[in-house]
Design a protein around this ligand. Structure first.
Ligand code: PGA
Length: 254
């Protein structure tokens, strides 16, 4: 995995946005894999800014989001569909019908998960997948224990994830306990991954991802099995890495 260490969150956001812009410039039909959460908010802001400044055309692009809460309708303010509309889709010219987010409130989750995998396949696969990382090492909502063979499915959220996400809801009791999430195999099947981590709270998960053995106990460590991963971290998130991993990286902006 390629490690890029940047000074701070602003630089991380800019670098990630630039990667997405170069992708769509090189291939207007880019299929994006997108993530939600606190970390990519700055990247989306930069992406919108760059897209407006450079008139970047997303009219032939499409996107697939990693996950959605079970039980929330797409219009619920805390749904990941609402997040994506507010943070990105309302501000660029990607066609609405080509932005896919799993449906969290269907009556047949199995069918929805199969439909999602099939839609990714029909789109030709995901060209560039953005990921965050949970404090517990999850990617998407693939919590510890998720198999490398897992596909899009309904997952149970761990207490630590529910607590981490309670900040978006009025109370912890309102956080859904399940989600539909792309699986590890779905993520490993993407052509390129860019994983973002900011702040010391992520330092241990980042260390285990990069320095530990690949294990389902730390789902992000399974990215070691992917041939094209760029990990962008700021100094806080890099703070527990050892010199052997740091050798060969080029700290920028410090
Ligand atoms: P965060 O979440 O960006 O809100 O820290 C990342 C994740 O849980 O994958």
């Amino acid at each position: 995995m390629k490690l890029v260490i940047v000074k701070d969150y602003a630089e991380l956001s800019r670098k990630a946005a630039e990667m997405l812009v170069s992708e769509v410039k090189a291939n207007p039909k880019t299929v994006f894999g997108l993530a939600t959460g606190g970390t990519p908010v700055g990247m989306y802001r930069e992406l919108i800014k760059l897209s407006q400044a450079e008139s970047i055309d997303f009219s032939q692009a499409s996107s697939f989001n990693l996950d959605e809460y079970v039980g929330l309708s797409s219009t619920h303010p805390q749904s990941y569909r609402s997040y994506m509309q507010e943070n990105l889709f309302n501000h660029i010219n990607i066609p609405a019908e080509k932005t896919y987010v799993p449906a969290g409130n269907t009556t047949d989750h199995l069918a929805e998960c199969a439909r999602y995998e099939e839609a990714i396949r029909l789109a030709g696969g995901i060209d560039i997948q953005v990921l965050g990382i949970g404090n517990n090492g999850h990617i998407g909502f693939n919590e510890p224990g998720s198999s490398a063979e897992s596909l899009t499915r309904v997952v149970q959220l761990t207490d630590s994830t529910i607590e981490a996400n309670a900040r978006y809801f009025d109370s912890v009791d309102q956080v859904p306990t399940q989600a539909v999430s792309m699986g590890i195999k779905t993520i490993l099947g993407t052509k390129k991954v860019v994983l973002l981590a900011s702040g010391e709270a992520k330092a241990e998960a980042v260390r285990l991802m990069l320095e530990g053995e690949p294990t389902a106990d730390v789902p992000a460590s399974l990215l070691q099995l992917h041939p094209n991963v760029t990990v962008i971290v700021d100094h806080g998130a890099a703070s527990k890495l050892t010199t052997s991993v740091l050798a060969g990286t080029k700290p920028s902006g410090s």
